[in-house]
Structures are given as structure tokens and as C-alpha cells.
Design a protein around this ligand. Structure first.
Ligand code: NAI
Length: 332
């Protein structure tokens, strides 16, 4: 099938090309992000392949539908960037990659904790400047600390398991608790208030939707322990960044490890090193010594990329052949 591949990055193209040797789709790679301005590139393509920061709002979808697109193949797990209602009304089928490596994301969350807690980002820079002082680098033992895991699905479960390996007590929170998981890990489910009250580290692994948007806000932050470390590898919109900044300024929040940011589509995945940063909220966040930001790279392992390519290409083949679409996302 002819596929218009939007927002192509150097890190993924060779892997898609290699995996496609088994699928034989006609992949045309565009560096442009998908939006109402660029949807015209998909003219005469039955399929577009979109990434997390492509804009699949109603306007773009209408244009894609007019251009002849029938299938939106997301090469991501999250689908909060797609107007599913509009897609359904337009008869556009949406498929995704529900799971490619929960380990990649969970391990990155742990990397953020270790870096933030042991201040590796600061010591790395210091030593390069021949500053071998230890002042200001004191961390805490993870052993015996309480870790709150919000969302105990695929990624949250792997993350929780890793943290039990450090000797942490794990509190889980999920609207759909997995009691077997809790039993296996020796963890327990908790309501959000108790999780906020007791956790030394809180990590977010829920999808972004109307119920979870700004889950972390002034109110929830005020319920957290002083000095808590907040880790977000979920979606930027789970956190009200302005409230986060206020909590950091007051010294209530002990630090934040963020792989996602609510306005990330303006900056992430691109080299802006020669530009003047226009986002004042992001600029303020970058001034904190106890904030680490990575640009949505938690998924970025060889294994994850290869799984993303295989599942995306096989989703397209299933659609082309009229086979059942196990990875379809529908409006509900
Ligand atoms: P999953 O669907 O396996 O797990 C999500 C869990 O959240 C489910 O157990 C669900 O019951 C729970 N949940 C949903 N709404 C909730 C609510 N309001 N309150 C409490 N729990 C709720 O998803 P998975 O694979 O674990 O991924 C989680 C999220 O991680 C994705 O939605 C995506 O946004 C993000 N992600 C980030 C990546 C990155 O590179 N930073 C890569 C992949 C996913």
C-alpha cells in the first residue's frame, strides 16, 4: 500500500526500510509534520503514517479524507492527538501500536529517577569543568522509599516491578486495578490522596484523556510530601506545568523528571539550538537544577523502534487485505 509517512526522523527511517523488506509497502517519507497545512502531501495516498506530534484534528482529517486517505496508521501507543469522533464520521480507520516495549519507557522513567536523585546531570557537567566538589550532590537511598505508580498498565507494571527490585514499597493507583500484579509485586493499590500523602517518588503512566488532563495540579501537588520527586513519561497534559513551577519555586516539590511536556509539539524532536526559545514556561523549567527534561525519548530503544515498525507495517497489511484489525482505535 502507498503510505505517506509524516514527521520522519533519522532515527526511524532505516528501521522502517529494513522491516518493510518483508511487507513491500510503498513508503514515501516526508519530514513535514502532519497538519491542515501539510495534509495536501497525502494526496492520492490511501494511508498516512503519523507520529505523536502530528496534528490529526478535524480540519486535517477532513483534508486527508478529501485527498483519498482511508487509513491512519499511528506509529505510537498514545492516540490523544487524534480526533477519533471526526475520524469515525469521515469513515477513516485508525490503527496504532498498543505495545512496543514497556521496558523502554519504564527503564527511562527509572533513569530519570536515578539521575535526578543522585544529581548525575550536575556531576557530569562539574567534572568536565574539573570541579570535583561534592557539595550540593547529596541524594537519598531508594531502598525503603515509597514509590507511587499512577497507572498500572503495561508500562506502570514494568516500572513498579523494577522499583521493587530497589527495595521500594510500591503504591499503585488505577481505575482498573490488577490485583494479581499487586500480589506478585508485594505492592498495594491506594486511592490518589493516600498515594500523594505517602510517596517519596510519583511516576505517571496513565493515558491523557478528559479524566486525566491536569491530574497533577496545584491541589494534587499540595497533597504530596515535601521533597517528592515527580516523574512524567506519560503525556505532558497530565501535568499543569505552571502549577509545577510554583511548587518547585516554593521548594515543595523536590524535583521533576519530565520526558513529556504539554507544549512539546512546538519544540521537541527538533534542533532549536540556534533559536531564541519562545516558550517562557519551558524556559523557566529549564532554569531549575532539580528538573530534568528529555524530549520524549523514553520509547527510543532499538527493540522498541523495531517493534513499532513491524506492528505499523502489519497493521497496514491487515487493512489492505481486509483482515480483522486487532490494533484499531475507535471513538467511544
Ligand atoms: P496501558 O493502557 O497499558 O495502561 C494505562 C493504565 O492507565 C491502564 O491500566 C488504565 O486502566 C489506567 N488508567 C486509565 N485512565 C485512568 C485514570 N483516570 N486513573 C487511573 N488509571 C487510569 O498503557 P501503557 O502502555 O502502560 O502506556 C501508558 C501511557 O504511556 C500511554 O498512554 C502513553 O501516553 C505513554 N507513553 C509514553 C511514551 C514515551 O515515549 N514517553 C511511549 C509510550 C507510551
Amino acid at each position: 500500500m502507498k503510505v505517506a509517512f509524516f514527521d520522519t526522523h533519522k532515527f526511524e527511517r532505516p528501521i522502517f526500510e529494513t522491516e518493510n523488506e518483508a511487507f513491500h509497502h510503498d513508503l514515501v517519507f516526508f519530514e513535514e509534520r502532519l497538519s491542515k497545512e501539510t495534509a495536501v502531501l497525502a494526496d492520492q495516498f490511501p494511508c498516512v503514517c503519523a507520529f505523536v506530534n502530528d496534528k490529526l484534528d478535524r480540519e486535517s482529517l477532513v483534508l486527508l479524507s478529501k485527498a483519498g486517505v482511508k487509513l491512519i496508521a499511528l506509529r505510537s501507543a498514545g492516540f490523544n492527538h487524534v480526533d477519533l469522533k471526526a475520524a469515525q464520521e469521515l469513515g477513516l480507520v485508525v490503527v496504532r501500536v498498543p505495545e512496543y516495549s514497556p521496558y523502554a519507557v519504564a527503564e527511562h522513567a527509572v533513569a530519570l529517577i536515578l539521575t535526578l536523585n543522585r544529581k548525575i546531570h550536575r556531576s557530569y557537567m562539574r567534572v568536565r569543568e574539573l570541579n570535583f566538589s561534592l557539595d550540593g550532590l547529596v541524594g537519598m537511598d531508594l531502598h525503603g522509599k515509597t514509590v507511587g505508580v499512577i497507572g498500572s498498565g503495561r508500562i506502570g507494571a514494568v516500572f513498579a516491578k523494577i522499583m521493587t527490585g530497589f527495595g521500594c514499597d510500591v503504591l499503585l493507583h488505577d481505575t482498573n486495578p490488577d490485583l494479581d500484579l499487586a500480589k506478585r509485586l508485594g505492592a498495594r493499590y491506594s486511592d490518589l490522596d493516600a498515594l500523594y500523602q505517602h510517596s517519596d517518588i510519583i511516576s505517571l503512566h496513565v493515558p491523557l484523556n478528559d479524566r486525566t488532563r491536569y491530574l497533577i495540579n496545584k491541589d494534587s501537588l499540595s497533597k504530596m510530601k515535601k521533597g517528592v520527586l515527580l516523574i512524567n513519561t506519560g503525556r505532558g497534559g497530565l501535568v499543569n506545568t505552571r502549577d509545577l513551577i510554583q511548587s518547585l519555586k516554593k521548594g515543595h516539590l523536590g524535583g521533576a523528571g519530565l520526558d513529556v511536556y504539554e507544549e512539546e509539539e512546538q519544540v521537541f524532536f527538533q534542533d532549536h539550538s540556534g533559536d531564541v526559545l519562545q516558550d517562557d514556561v519551558l524556559a523557566r523549567l529549564l532554569t531549575f537544577p532539580n528538573v530534568i527534561i528529555t524530549s520524549h525519548q523514553a520509547f527510543l530503544t532499538q527493540e522498541a523502534l523495531s517493534n513499532i515498525a513491524k506492528t505499523t507495517l502489519s497493521n497496514i497489511t491487515a487493512f489492505e487485505r481486509g483482515n480483522p484489525l486487532e490494533n484499531r482505535v475507535s471513538f467511544s
